[in-house]
Design a protein around this ligand. Structure first.
Ligand SMILES: C[S@@+](CC[C@H](N)C(=O)[O-])C[C@H]1O[C@@H](n2cnc3c(N)ncnc32)[C@H](O)[C@@H]1O
Length: 264
């Protein structure tokens, strides 16, 4: 299976991903599961698992054999499996989940649906593989104000290039109500949307900038396609926008999270 277009900027190592985004998705996984309410005895699917932040948190609560994971990126499938022995990890995309109907008590997609080319099909597939009464949940960063790392980055980028592909402009589901609307249109019951807040500490500005230089996701991909002098200008503008830190600093990230249940 060829990686999807949405997975194109995620053909990277798990360590590089963690330095850039996993540092946020690991703490998010824990509060995301609290909101979903996955309890021991439940069987869960992690859709778009990446190198396995949510998979690891689910396995710690439910047991490795109660967790299945899938992602279209081959290096992430391998990394998630290596980090989570006992969890079955498959290559697969949300729009065509490689599982039987009615299998899971909880189907979760953390920071994935904005990369999916057919989100309505993805919700239909997540619903199909859930048991009747099973929980579906998804999270996406709030690009408007809540994901400080990406907001500061894109504000810096559009200052230098007004046509830069700001994720707030080009991605879906990062504004209040969008995820809940997708779930409601998908026919789910008891839909609610909330926000969750996490944070990450940086030793210095170089640690933040190195994350972007790894070319991961839309922001990293934008950096590595710029000429060197433009990268330097963007670096300087980003430094200014995060407060010109002389040493360590902390950035906050707000995620929009929707939860619903498959009708009986
Ligand atoms: C920001 S990462 C999130 C990874 C992980 N869930 C986490 O929280 O760290 C986005 C993930 O979505 C995956 N992805 C992209 N397109 C997808 C699709 N159509 N179906 C499922 N996953 C997809 C990427 O390969 C990548 O692993």
């Amino acid at each position: 299976m060829e990686p999807t277009e949405g997975a194109r900027t995620f053909l990277t190592s798990g360590d590089a991903y963690d330095s850039f985004m996993g540092r946020y998705s690991k703490p998010l996984a824990s509060v995301f599961i609290d909101l979903v309410g996955a309890v021991p005895g439940a069987r869960a699917l992690d859709v778009g698992c990446g190198p396995g932040a949510l998979t690891q948190a689910l396995a710690a609560r439910l047991g490795t054999h109660a967790v299945n994971s899938c992602d279209p990126s081959p290096p992430f499938v391998a990394e998630c499996a290596a980090r989570n022995p006992g969890v079955e990890v498959r290559q697969g995309r949300a729009e065509e989940l490689p599982y039987e109907s009615g299998t899971f008590d909880a189907v979760l997609a953390q920071l994935v649906l904005h990369f999916v080319s057919e989100p309505k099909t993805a919700i239909a597939e997540m619903t199909r593989v859930a048991k009747p009464g099973g929980v579906l949940a998804a999270s996406v960063w709030d690009f408007r104000r809540g994901m400080e790392m990406l907001r500061a980055f894109w504000d810096a980028a559009i200052t230098l290039d007004p046509l830069a592909p700001d994720e707030l402009r080009v991605m879906r589901f990062g504004r209040p109500g969008e995820l809940a609307e997708l779930f409601e249109e998908g026919g789910l019951d008891d839909v609610l949307e909330e926000e969750l807040i996490v944070a990450s500490d940086y030793a210095d500005f170089d640690e933040l900038w190195r994350g972007f230089q790894a070319g991961i996701g839309p922001a990293g991909n934008y950096v590595v396609t710029l000429r060197e002098d433009r990268q330097e200008a963007l670096r300087d503008e980003l430094y200014r926008r995060v407060g010109s830190p002389a040493g360590g600093f902390t950035l906050q990230a707000v995620a929009r999270v929707a939860r619903g249940t498959r009708p009986y």
